[in-house]
Design a protein around this ligand. Structure first.
Ligand SMILES: Cc1ncc(C[n+]2csc(CCOP(=O)(O)OP(=O)(O)O)c2C)c(N)n1
Ligand code: SF4
Length: 296
């Protein structure tokens, strides 16, 4: 895949960071006529170490709470200058910045119909501040605020469905993607940017530090999340499902969970862990049936 170098090398993201690869693909596909608005989080702090910047396009750091509002303001200014379309606006944030802290500004931006692509890099926790649980942390994952132990099996809650929340705003395009499928991600970015109005991309980005997996497994885990049915790749247009990524052969959830230290406690053969594993298998089965993920 050609890389235009719009996210320059030399950032401070961890080796094997899924977010680094996904962000590079997003900005590279968008091209040089892009303004980026970046919420706080790993991607922001690791690419803007004063006095340097990794970004070869105009880039603004916003707070968590107002990322979508800042992007909406940039869009309005471009509209006033008659430059919208010629220049694209992309907002980007982690799952904490998107599903928790920045959600109300995001909802407002969608409702008002701003011509902005919002990208959520979902590494499923607040990684930058020490792996605290977010509302997108999967059931059973051990984090610093949902640690596994004798009285806890990790995160007791099921994650929010951010894609459905986006689709419920009847925006022109909302899709999920995974860094495990870079060509598919590139296609979705192109498609989103060809559509006028608010667009949302939810990208799964495995994080070796928080998921506690070997750095070489990032892309493989990005694929297995999809192949197990735990992370369905779905496209919505104006609130309706228009495409689903079909799986040829369903992978076992254990194959996905075992290489990740955050799920290590689920393999101690206790009754509690076996029940939790069964619940995760059920979540995967639910997605497979609900979205019709299996290729016939
Ligand atoms: C309102 C607010 N609350 C908390 C923080 C502290 N903080 C900085 S980065 C971060 C975690 C970011 O998590 P996420 O958005 O998922 O991005 P990641 O670092 O995982 O890529 C937090 C909580 C902050 N900067 N502002
Ligand atoms: S902590 Fe995770 S998301 Fe943050 S830079 Fe490291 S690998 Fe990437």
């Amino acid at each position: 895949m050609k890389d235009n170098g719009l996210m320059a090398p030399g950032d401070a993201l961890c080796a094997g960071c899924g977010q680094a690869t996904a962000a590079r693909i997003v900005v590279d596909t968008a091209g040089p006529n892009t303004i980026l608005v970046n919420a706080t989080g790993c991607l922001e702090v690791s690419t803007s170490l004063f006095p340097t910047s990794s970004w070869e396009v105009p880039w603004i750091h916003s707070l968590f709470e107002n990322t979508a509002a800042v992007a909406a303001g940039v869009e309005a200014a471009l509209k006033y200058q008659d430059k919208l379309g010629e220049v694209k606006v992309i907002a980007q944030a982690g799952d904490g910045g998107t599903a928790d802290i920045g959600l109300q500004a995001l909802s407002g931006m969608w409702e008002r119909g701003h011509d902005v692509l919002y990208v959520c890099y979902d590494n499923s926790a607040y990684m930058n501040t020490g792996v605290q649980r977010s509302s997108l942390t999967p059931f059973g994952a051990s984090t610093s605020t949902s640690p596994s132990g004798s009285h806890s099996g990790g995160n007791p809650f099921r994650e929010k469905n951010m894609l459905k929340i986006a689709a419920a705003h009847h925006i022109p395009y909302a899709a999920s993607a995974s860094v495990g499928y870079p060509r598919d991600l590139r296609r979705k970015v192109k498609k989103a940017l060809s559509i006028k109005g608010p667009k949302y991309l939810h990208v799964l980005v495995p994080c070796p530090l928080g998921w506690r997996h070997e750095t070489r497994l990032t892309i493989k885990l990005g694929k297995l999340a999809v192949e197990t049915g735990l992370f369905p790749m779905v496209e919505y247009e104006y609130g309706e499902i228009t495409a689903v990524y079909k799986i040829k052969e369903i992978a076992e959830v254990e194959e996905y969970l075992k290489p990740q230290g955050r799920f290590a406690h689920l393999f101690d053969d206790s009754e509690k862990s076996l029940n939790q594993l069964e619940r995760i298998r059920d979540l995967a089965k639910y997605n497979i049936n609900y979205y019709g993920l299996l290729k016939e």
